[in-house]
Every structure is written in C-alpha cells, then in structure tokens.
Design a protein around this ligand. Structure first.
Ligand code: FMN
Length: 175
C-alpha cells in the first residue's frame, strides 16, 4: 500500500473441485493475523462448493511494480459467525443488498434478474439487511509460504517457509 501499487489487496485464490480440476479467481484480503488470512464470499459459489468438498487452497499476491510475489498454501475453514456478522455489517448498504441479490456463480437469464432481486431485497430489508447464511468469511491457515523477489540479474530470490519442529523452517529455492 505504501508503494501505491494497483489493487494491493487483490489475491488469487486457487481451489480444486471434486473432479480434481483446479480453478482460480481474484478476491480481496480482508483480514490477517496469527490465525491466518481471511476473505469474504458466497459459500454457495463455485469456490465455496469446492472448498466444502476439499478444504485446501493456495493464495497468490502479485505486486508487479515491486517485482514481488507471495504464495501461501494451507487448509481453509469458515470464520466464526460473529466475525462474518461484524464484517458484513461494516459494508456499504449496496454491498449488503448485493449479497442477497446475486446468486454468485449460478447461471442467470440476464442482468434484470440482479436488478429485480436488488429491488426486492432492498424493499424487504430497507436499511438493515441481515447477513445471509450463504455469505461469510473463509480463513486460510497457512502451512507453506513463499516470498519471491525479482532482481535485475534474473537471479531472483525465493524464500520458502514451512513448519518444522514447532518453528518455521526457512529455505532458499533456486529461481
Ligand atoms: C479485484 C477483484 C476483487 C474481488 N473480490 C472479491 C471478493 O472479495 N469476494 C468474492 O466473492 N468475489 C470477489 N471478486 C469476484 C471473483 O473474482 C469471482 O468472480 C467470484 O468470486 C466468483 O468466483 P467463483 O465462481 O470461482 O466462486 C473480485 C474480483 C476482482 C476483479
């Protein structure tokens, strides 16, 4: 953020479906602490269903201007209902209505479905839409990190961290 790169909070999330095919999409990181990395989404979306069946994911940030990549892998769990409520209630009204109006990743017959849904839920909930049960946070609990730093020489740095005897083992990988 200090470097003012574009969309510094955008990360790619890779999941794997029951057919063993990987899929990716971009989401925004909304929290991180010693427990892991959090983003919010629709639990009934493609990623939500894939994570329900196979709770492992990989995340990737690419900050082009800094020649930096961070790759993170681990198990994914849902955040608590209280955490999802708190974040949902902090969102602008349009976004809260949108969580009701958009059946994320389902086929719809046209944009009018979204507009009609937004009008319907807007009228129903007015200024206080509750969090839908199908919407909330996921937390990836990291068990592998890689920090990639590009260098002019092309002999780039790659540092990998993995748990080892209760600490993080740091190893350098060839670029
Ligand atoms: C910059 C950017 C940020 C996004 N942030 C989110 C997000 O935080 N949560 C989300 O569900 N989708 C977000 N999206 C939309 C997703 O990329 C994707 O279209 C959607 O989640 C459906 O993915 P799925 O069908 O694989 O589940 C974002 C897209 C872009 C381009």
């Amino acid at each position: 953020m200090n470097a003012e790169v574009n969309e510094p909070n955008a990360m790619t999330v890779a999941t794997v479906g029951s057919n063993l095919r990987p899929s990716t999409r971009v989401v925004l990181i909304k929290g991180y602490d010693e427990r892991g990395i959090v983003w919010y989404t629709n639990y009934d979306s493609r990623k939500g269903k894939e994570l329900a069946g196979n709770p492992f994911a990989a995340l990737q940030f690419h900050w082009v201007e800094l020649e930096r990549v961070v790759r993170i892998e681990g198990r994914v769990e849902r955040v608590s209902e209280a955490e999802s409520d708190a974040y949902f209630n902090s969102r602008p009204l349009d976004s809260r209505i949108g969580a009701w109006a958009s059946p994320q990743s389902q086929v719809i017959s046209g944009r009018s479905v979204l507009v009609a849904n937004a009008a319907k839920y807007g009228a129903q909930f007015l200024l206080n839409p509750p969090r839908p049960a199908h919407w909330g946070g996921f937390r990836l609990v990291p068990d592998r990190w890689e920090f990639w730093q590009g260098r002019k020489s092309r002999l780039h740095d790659r540092l990998r961290y993995e748990p080892h005897n209760g600490a993080w083992l740091r190893e350098r990988l060839a670029p």
